[in-house]
Ligand binder design. Structure first.
Ligand code: ADP
Ligand code: MG
Length: 352
């Protein structure tokens, strides 16, 4: 895969009068390959939007080099950037605010085409095509931004970004203001565009959930620094940093029912001796029916209380929480067997 965008040691220092200079982006290097979907994930304030602004040169680069298709664009003037600009388009969190409220969506989507001298009839045709590509009927061209839902408006914003046939689409928290179902449909649209048009996508988000759905690779940003990068399956199966682990865990919703929590005792006793165990499966866990094997081999039983198994980047991962019954020694041996097969085992407490 050839490299489209190359960031080498990018640093951004904001200087404001009366304040200490602030390093919002610190020595960040990564490449964006043609046709891939790269996720940049980080907490709020970690410097994600600043990175997006550096890549689009909406803000000056303090240090480092930025190359687009091998060409150094770090210090190009705004006038020289025009050509490159069309190739890099952005979609933001608030689509409604990005359209002029007094003009129709069709007007907004077609603007860049009119600016390029396209004839009125051709613009209309192309706008209808773009809307269709983004899952909206052509009637939406006549609507105003306040006459559509957030998800529909985001679709229109994506259509507008696609109008100039860019090479890269940078989405900065493009789904963060949407409900979960609409988020899924927009992510599906992005994946579809990526596959169908071969468009390269840089997806910036604070939600690992979003990355898990559609990205090929992921970069984790913490306090302006890139701390971990790899394929989605690599990061999900073997996260190296605590932050990546926290992001991955945030994609699961682990909460035992309240009545169970109340019964749970931290130590085993004569009456409370059944362990409640959480088994965590990562991409490194051996892909075999491990609980079933353990049950037969050690003569123990698992009563599953809660479970969530998911796929990302082609690997299976997730957790099972179960009440385990059997001889103490057998349970202990089963734990070692599972640990040997790369399952993380954690005793949450004991019940009757
Ligand atoms: P994120 O998008 O990850 O939430 P941002 O890139 O928006 O984070 O911001 C990173 C840090 O840089 C924040 O602490 C923010 O306050 C600071 N920052 C962003 N833009 C400016 C600016 N123009 N001047 C000064 N500080 C800024
Ligand atoms: Mg941001």
């Amino acid at each position: 895969m050839s490299i489209l965008l190359e960031a080498e040691h990018l640093t951004k220092i904001f200087t404001q009068r009366g304040k200490n200079p602030f390093k919002a982006v610190n020595d960040v290097s990564f490449t964006l390959k043609k046709g891939e979907t790269l996720g940049i994930v980080g907490e709020s304030g970690s410097g994600k939007s600043t990175i997006a602004k550096l890549l689009t040169r909406l803000t000056d680069i303090t240090e480092g080099t930025l190359k687009f298709e091998g060409k150094d664009i770090t210090r190009l003037k705004q006038s020289q950037l025009k050509e490159v600009y069309g190739d890099i388009q952005m979609v933001f969190q608030n689509p409604v605010g990005s359209f002029d409220p007094r003009r129709t969506l069709g007007d907004g989507i077609g603007e860049s085409l009119r600016n390029r001298g396209m004839k009125k009839a051709d613009v209309e045709k192309r706008v209808a095509e773009l809307l269709e590509q983004c899952g909206l009927e052509k009637e939406y061209a006549k609507r105003y931004p306040h006459e559509v839902s957030g998800g529909q408006c985001q679709r229109a914003a994506i259509a507008r970004a696609l109008a100039v046939e860019p090479k890269v689409l940078i989405c900065d928290e493009a789904t963060s203001a949407l409900d979960p179902a609409t988020t899924q449909s927009i992510l599906q649209l992005l994946k579809d565009i990526n596959k169908r048009l071969g468009l390269t996508i840089l997806l910036i988000t604070h939600e690992m959930e979003v990355v898990k759905r559609i990205c090929d690779r992921v970069a984790v940003i913490d306090k302006g620094e890139l701390i971990e990068t790899g394929s989605v399956s690599e990061i999900f199966s073997n996260p190296k940093t605590a932050l990546a682990q926290i992001f991955i865990q945030s994609t699961f919703h682990i909460e035992l029912p309240q009545e169970y929590m109340e019964q749970l005792s931290a130590q085993p006793s004569a009456e409370k001796n059944k362990p409640i165990i959480k088994f965590e499966f990562t991409g490194r866990s051996v892909d075999a029916p491990l609980l079933s094997h353990a049950s037969k081999r050690f003569g123990i039983d698992f009563s599953i209380l809660m479970s969530q198994i998911d796929y990302a980047g082609g690997v299976k991962f997730g957790f099972v929480i179960a009440e385990v019954t059997g001889e103490e020694d057998a349970i202990s041996e089963a734990r070692f067997y599972l640990i040997d097969n790369n399952v993380k085992v954690e005793v949450l407490g004991y019940v009757e």
